[in-house]
Design a protein around this ligand. Structure first.
Ligand code: GDP
Length: 286
């Protein structure tokens, strides 16, 4: 018959433009550029030339095709033998992924600014569906990198919490939740921490960050304005006495998943199934 890529080219043109946006965040060196390049090459029709000249200096927006074997929330019981799978490959599910610059001191503020803009957008074309926060799991043993990574993630979660609590809005309607995937990358390296430890380390470090933040606020809070600020600016429950865990954020509707994978190992199944589980997470958001 007709080569499969011709089908893809044809149906790609016929498909409606993707309307789901995801934001890719994380510290420099985590593998964001490698991930976007991989997704782009996996989704590019054979005829389309790749612009694989990503630099980490600019924010890029790519359109990605979800592999047809990855289930989506609306079609989660699809099996390989399911005839609807054929339908799915005729009408591929696409989404948009925005990669943010990972370099220099500005990276957190650029990523955070992008997050704020997308998270508060009411335009369906730019509305944010989910955040992928990428982490180098072989680098987290380094205290400085752990602290830097946790600080960035803390700030990301705080933006989402403030959004979920409807800060500055009179609207009674709660904003639709924006889930977070902590993509525990580089599981192919033997020095990599397993996802469970990555989760524990990040939670413990975020706990330290929020406790020192609360203490700072308390020291400065002789006036009531500062006390008001305190409640909104602390991640998780408002008394930071308990230990922080991502579960705390479920109270405000923010779900955080920590899932292992490897951009490098995507062609070799043994390395945490490559990026497959992240694609499945995306699928469940669609
Ligand atoms: P960014 O700063 O987040 O965009 O990170 P890059 O995509 O530039 O990746 C930083 C380095 O990590 C590069 O040398 C990549 O080749 C490498 N890298 C990315 N993903 C993986 C992975 O899954 N395994 C291994 N071993 N290296 C990876």
């Amino acid at each position: 018959g007709v080569p499969i890529f011709l089908h893809l080219v044809f149906y790609r043109a016929a498909a409606s433009p993707p309307s789901s946006n995801f934001l890719l965040l994380g510290p420099s060196g985590a593998g964001k550029t490698a991930f976007t390049t991989l997704l782009e090459s996996k989704s590019a029709p054979a005829t389309k030339k790749l612009h694989s000249t990503h630099t980490s200096q600019t924010s890029t927006l790519i359109t990605v095709t979800l592999p047809p074997t990855v289930p989506t929330a609306s079609n989660r019981y699809r099996s390989v033998n399911d005839p609807s799978l054929k339908e799915a490959s005729k009408n591929p599910v696409q989404y948009r992924l925005r990669d943010t610059p990972g370099h220099g001191k500005l990276r957190a503020s650029q990523g955070i600014a992008e997050l704020q803009a997308m998270a508060t957008s009411t335009d369906t074309k730019t509305k944010l569906r989910g955040v992928i926060f990428m982490v180098d799991t072989a680098a987290l043993v380094d205290e400085t990198i752990l602290r830097d990574t946790a600080t960035y993630l803390h700030d990301v979660l705080l933006v989402l919490q403030q959004r979920a609590l409807g800060k500055g809005k009179s609207s009674t309607k709660r904003a639709a939740e924006i889930p977070v995937l902590v993509a525990a990358n580089k599981q192919d390296l033997f020095t990599a921490l397993p996802p469970g430890s990555v989760r524990e380390k990040l939670e413990a470090e975020i706990d330290r960050i929020r406790k020192s933040k609360t203490k700072g606020l308390m020291d400065a809070s002789m006036d009531s304005a500062a006390l008001d600020a305190e409640e909104e600016d602390v991640l998780g429950d408002d008394d930071a006495q308990g230990v922080f865990g991502f579960k705390l954020l479920e109270q405000v509707g923010i779900k955080v998943d920590v899932t292992g994978g490897a951009v490098k190992g995507d062609q070799q199944e043994e390395f945490g199934s490559g990026v497959r589980r992240w694609e499945e997470w995306v699928g469940m958001c669609l």
